[in-house]
Each structure stands twice: as structure tokens, then as C-alpha cells.
Write a new protein. Structure first.
Length: 97
């Protein structure tokens, strides 16, 4: 009878000790240029303008907070916006003498 009680007590202590152990999560990101975990907000680049012949494309990259991990680290995601517009040529004429 005491063997059964001892066995039950050992099983209970083992169960409680096993549940009390926590595993610290680790997170990794393969593409740091589109998503980051933790730390401060990454700096956003200035918009760039590219001429493609008959029109121009303005591209901007903006980082924003996109939630948190279960342990409270901030998730940062990058948005890329492109906007096109027609190329306008302005001709300046010199005054005639």
C-alpha cells in the first residue's frame, strides 16, 4: 500500500515538475529585408524615382508594426508602394534679342 502511495507521489511530482519547465522561444527570419522581429522600428528609405522612357515610377518603402510574438516581441513588416506618372518635358525658351 505504501508503495502505491509512493509511486503516486513520485508520478505527481514528476508531472508538476515537467509542466513547470518553460522553453524560451527563438524566432528567425530568412528575409530580413521584408520582415524583422523585435528591436526598434527599422528606418524607411526615401522614395526613389525611376524613368522608364515615357513614364516615371516612384517607389517608397515604409516599415510598420505588424503585431507581436507570443513573448511580446514586435513584428516589423515592410510595405513597398509604387506609383507611376507620365513624364512631362518642360522646354525653356531663351528670350530673343
Amino acid at each position: 500500500m505504501s508503495f502505491r502511495r509512493s509511486l503516486a507521489a513520485i508520478a505527481l511530482v514528476s508531472l508538476v515538475a515537467g509542466c513547470a519547465t518553460t522553453i524560451a522561444p527563438t524566432y528567425t527570419v530568412e528575409k530580413q529585408n521584408i520582415m524583422r522581429i523585435g528591436g526598434e522600428k527599422p528606418s524607411s528609405k526615401e522614395p526613389t524615382v525611376q524613368s522608364t522612357g515615357s513614364f516615371c515610377v516612384e517607389t517608397s518603402e515604409v516599415w510598420h508594426e505588424d503585431g507581436t510574438t507570443p513573448d511580446g516581441q514586435t513584428l516589423w513588416a515592410k510595405d513597398t508602394h509604387s506609383q507611376s506618372g507620365s513624364l512631362q518635358v518642360i522646354t525653356l525658351l531663351a528670350p530673343s534679342p
